[in-house]
Design a protein around this ligand. Structure first.
Ligand code: ZN
Length: 233
């Protein structure tokens, strides 16, 4: 039986002028599975105006630090296909990609995701298309959180010491935006859906007794979080 044992947080880039980290995550289970959530920026790309991220070790280099080879990752949860979240998907050749069906369809049509399409839209990729929330395994729940984009995903992980940990990803990029009826940000696709997703995550925190909520791009919060090689257990 798989149960989540360790949660690693990786910061793979940082934009000093906007105080924005680019991040991804690894869950290790007690029976040796490696479940990756997002893969950060590609090594080469054209940054959006006003964002000049300083690259840190990429996801492959960070995983190597704890002895994990790309081929040992068996599951890759793709929260969404923005460039800062799927820059190295194609390196994980043995991983099954877990994606909302609606987002997978959108990804093939929308110019927003064109630059990085080759990372996840490959003939050899194993893709599991899901619809809505899913208990991936006991203690790892995928929560559908539309708004930032259609078919966006957040993740809830139950750890033995830390208790429930919520990764909001880009449904809530910073702590200051984690409140009911908040205004959408300019990068959000659907303002109404954003508010519903924020409410869904607020309800999740309440219902599950979440002790740690990790926001997707919160520079102030990330300065104080444990990062690989440290981990939450
Ligand atoms: Zn993002």
């Amino acid at each position: 039986m798989s149960n989540p044992q360790r949660l690693y947080l990786m910061q793979v880039a940082y934009s000093p002028e906007r105080n924005i980290p680019v991040v991804c995550y690894l869950i290790q289970t007690d029976d040796g599975r490696n479940i990756l959530i997002d893969t950060g920026l590609p090594d080469a790309f054209t940054p959006p105006p006003g964002l000049n991220p300083v690259m840190d070790k990429n996801v492959l280099e960070q995983l190597a630090q704890i002895g994990v080879q790309p081929g040992e990752v068996d599951t890759l949860i793709c929260t969404h296909f923005d460039m800062d979240h799927c820059g190295h998907h194609s390196a994980f050749i043995n991983a099954e990609l877990v994606i909302q069906r609606d987002h997978y369809v959108l990804g093939q049509e929308s110019p927003r995701f064109a630059a990085n399409r080759a990372e996840w839209h490959r003939p050899d990729a194993r893709v599991r298309l899901i619809e809505g929330d899913l208990e991936l395994l006991p203690g790892v729940q995928i929560l559908r959180t539309d708004g930032h984009t259609f078919g966006h995903q957040s993740v809830l992980i139950h750890l033995s010491e830390s208790g429930p940990v919520l990764l909001t990803i880009d449904a809530v990029p910073t702590q200051s935006l984690f409140r009911a009826n908040r205004q959408p940000s300019p990068v959000d696709e659907d303002p109404v859906a954003v508010q519903a997703s924020v409410q869904k995550l607020l309800d999740t925190v309440e219902r599950e007794g979440v002790g740690l909520t990790v926001f997707g791009h919160d520079g102030d919060q990330w300065k104080g979080l444990k990062k690989l090689p440290e981990y939450y257990s």
